[in-house]
Design a protein around this ligand. Structure first.
Ligand code: GAL
Length: 683
């Protein structure tokens, strides 16, 4: 069964309304709700007094309408009586200030008393709902995050370090504490990297980021273990935050769960532009799918899918008619096996009064209800067909949390941000209609033809060896500047950059220029014609003549020396005019492209067709700009999702006859018109 539903807060509304809500949900085609993830004060109004009666009554009503539930463990938002017990449970921010009560996520994940109370409420809920037929599974907490720098964490950090390093001598050596006389004689001397300590030792700061991430993984595991023990048949997940969130090593957080779920908001008050860049949610989906599973990743759930204008203080641009359905189908196209909207009815009170749900405050069905109901009707017919299909991309992008943290500690250039750079490269490839996995560098790469690793900053000998093997076997690897700069301890390597990857690149960095804001250094680009038996499917000749706005480097210029690699681009200005900027090296049966700069986005856009052609990767379908194509497979047959993200109808030329599953299986062939924000699922 395809899971389709909504996040529901019955505790916000009078009980007489619950049957009406359940009926309307069933009429919209919903078969699942998420409940109770912020209901701790209703579930345990006073310490030790649990009240599950209200939740039992809600579940009974929903169950009568064929709807089952994911229950949230309510630990993201503790009740005041709990936090009044010990102010030490409040998190300390990086600026050294302790947060106070009034929002959510106030707690320190390492505090023993908070952990005890978390385990108590989770145990009580798990015991009560273990055999409940209407309960499908659990979401642990809500959107884990926020580093804590409190004394409890400082102590736990010392213990964590003692596990990681055999001795203090090893730690001192690894961090290079001889610099500025920071040599530690006792574990208790080691500080947390709070802002009052100034710019921290990069080794210490990276280890602290790793420790904070491990703290949440461990805190989540406490809850997972209880649920596994009490409710062995239930699925257990957490709602992640896509690509944009970068304080937890999500590969580790995903490890102990059954599946990854995430919260997808393409347009909120924090990004008020009228246009949604469709590659942003696409990157979120691909990143989430890549957190578990081998090639192609593991399909995921969307636990919160935007269903209205999102806002706390401001009201964001509302989804235009058709967008809620379009974004939900985009999620499915990228591997979602469940769509759960946030939220059923817009709250009349509390911080999120303006975060709109499917229904407005007045609860009368409107255009957004009609749109999700339309999709509910469609899923009744096609849900089973979609279920079980998976993605099979030939391209992978390597995303590394250690690199993200190292760049948080030392940004390298004010014009550079790893997530933005990553997204620009992703967007350039995504615009060419190729499926992509976004995976950890340690992922199995054997099924990919093209692996793109933007600014792969920290490289261990094991990783270098793995990449060498991938290329030697015939893969194409693309690296950008600031790759191979650091070892896993966050120290700069002792050799020419890109360090352990220099042999693969067939080139090394002799010198580099960190550019001031707005500076551009001209490039002369001569992309080699491909010697593969491939026509230039993507760019044809256009790719060989880069448009002039892309013929420059911004932010960073690596001044390269070829050690055998072919020079693809040279700088045409500055003291390094004539020196190589981009190289192409043959290594074993494969090839390595080294792009010695970090921008502009237009450069990656222009290079994308050539890179894809090098990897022998074909577009799924040729479509106009703003139309996205993605493919889900089962055996040898696939479903082609064609998504029009523009506000205008688009003409698509189909190379063969298909059936459009969203249009009663109607046969389509040749030229078809896809309405503004329309979707086709072709089989
Ligand atoms: C999510 C969160 C929800 C709700 C929503 C709107 O990030 O999980 O609880 O707060 O944002 O702000």
């Amino acid at each position: 069964m395809f899971h389709y539903g909504v996040d529901y807060y019955p505790e916000h509304w009078p009980e007489e309304r619950w049957p009406v809500d359940a009926r309307m949900m069933a009429e919209a085609g919903f078969n699942v709700v998420r409940l109770a993830e912020f209901a701790w004060s209703k579930l345990e109004p006073e310490e030790g007094h649990f009240d599950f009666d209200w939740l039992d009554r809600v579940l009974a009503i929903l169950s009568d309408h064929g709807i089952r539930a994911i229950l949230g463990t309510p630990t993201a938002s503790p009740p005041p009586w709990l936090m009044a017990k010990d102010s030490g449970m409040f998190r300390v921010r990086e600026d050294g200030q302790r947060v106070t009560y009034g929002n959510r996520r106030e707690y320190c994940p390492n505090h023993p008393l908070y952990r005890d109370h978390s385990c108590r409420i989770v145990t009580a809920m798990a015991e009560h709902y273990a055999g409940h037929p209407a309960v499908l599974g659990w979401q642990i907490d809500n959107e884990f995050g926020d580093r804590c720098y409190c004394p409890v964490c400082r102590q736990a950090f010392g213990d964590w370090l003692a596990q990681r390093y055999a001795s203090l001598d090893d730690l001192n050596l690894a961090w290079g504490t001889i610099f500025w006389s920071h040599v530690y004689n006792d574990w208790v001397e080691i500080p947390t990297p709070v802002q009052t300590g100034g710019a921290p030792n990069p080794g210490l700061a990276l280890d602290y980021a790793r420790f904070c991430s491990d703290s949440y993984v461990e805190y989540q595991k406490l809850q997972v273990d209880i649920l596994r023990r009490q409710c062995p048949g239930h699925l257990v997940t957490h709602n992640f935050m896509g690509f944009r969130y970068d304080q937890i090593e999500y590969y580790n957080l995903a490890r102990d769960l059954d599946l990854v779920a995430w919260d997808n908001y393409p347009r909120t008050q924090w990004g008020m532009g009228a246009d949604v860049d469709a590659s942003a949610p696409a990157l979120g989906h691909d990143t989430m799918r890549g957190l578990r599973g081998g090639p192609g990743g593991q399909n995921f759930w969307v636990m919160e899918e935007q269903s209205g204008p999102g806002g706390w203080q401001m009201v964001s641009v509302p989804p235009r008619p058709g967008e809620i359905r379009l974004w939900a189908y985009q999620a499915i196209a990228h591997g979602a096996d469940a769509i759960i909207y946030f939220r059923w009815r817009t709250a009349r009170f509390g911080t999120e009064q303006y975060w709109h749900g499917i229904l407005d405050h007045h609860a009368q069905p409107g255009r957004r209800y009609a749109e999700v109901k339309q999709m509910g009707d469609e899923l009744k017919h096609i849900g089973e067909i979609i279920q079980g299909t998976r993605l099979r991309p030939a391209v992978a992008m390597l995303q590394d949390y250690d690199a993200r943290w190292a760049f948080q500690i030392q940004g390298n250039n004010p014009g550079f941000a790893y997530p933005r750079h990553f997204q620009e490269v992703y967007r350039a490839l995504h615009a060419r209609q190729v499926g992509m996995d976004v995976v950890s560098p340690m992922h199995d790469l054997s099924s990919y033809r093209l692996v793109v690793a933007p600014a792969l900053h920290l490289v261990s000998p094991a990783l270098a060896e793995k990449l060498e093997h991938f290329v030697a076997q015939g893969g194409v690897l693309v690296l950008t500047a600031r790759s191979g700069v650091k070892d896993p301890a966050n120290n700069v390597v002792n050799q020419y950059l890109p360090g352990l990857l220099a042999g693969l690149a067939g080139a090394h960095v002799e010198d580099y220029d960190s550019l001031p804001e707005g500076a551009r250094v001209g490039l002369e680009v001569e992309l080699p014609t491909l010697d593969r038996a491939l026509t230039l499917t993507f760019g044809e000749q256009a790719a060989l003549n880069l448009p002039c706005e892309s013929r420059c480097a911004t932010t960073w210029c690596d001044i390269l020396v070829s050690d055998g690699a072919q020079v693809v681009a040279r700088y045409s200005e500055e003291y390094y005019a004539g020196r190589p900027a981009i190289t192409l090296n043959s290594y074993g049966k494969g090839q390595v492209v080294y792009i010695g700069t970090l921008g502009p986005a237009a450069l990656f856009d222009a290079l994308a067709p050539w890179l894809l052609a090098l990897g022998g990767v074909q577009p799924v379908l040729r479509v106009p700009a703003g139309v996205e194509v993605a493919e889900r497979w089962q055996g040898e047959s696939s479903l082609l999702f064609v998504l029009n993200h523009t506000g205008q109808a688009q003409e698509i030329t189909l190379p063969r006859a298909y059936r459009d599953l969203l249009d009663t299986g109607k046969a389509v062939d040749g030229q078809v018109t896809l309405p503004a924000r329309g979707v086709m699922i072709l089989a």
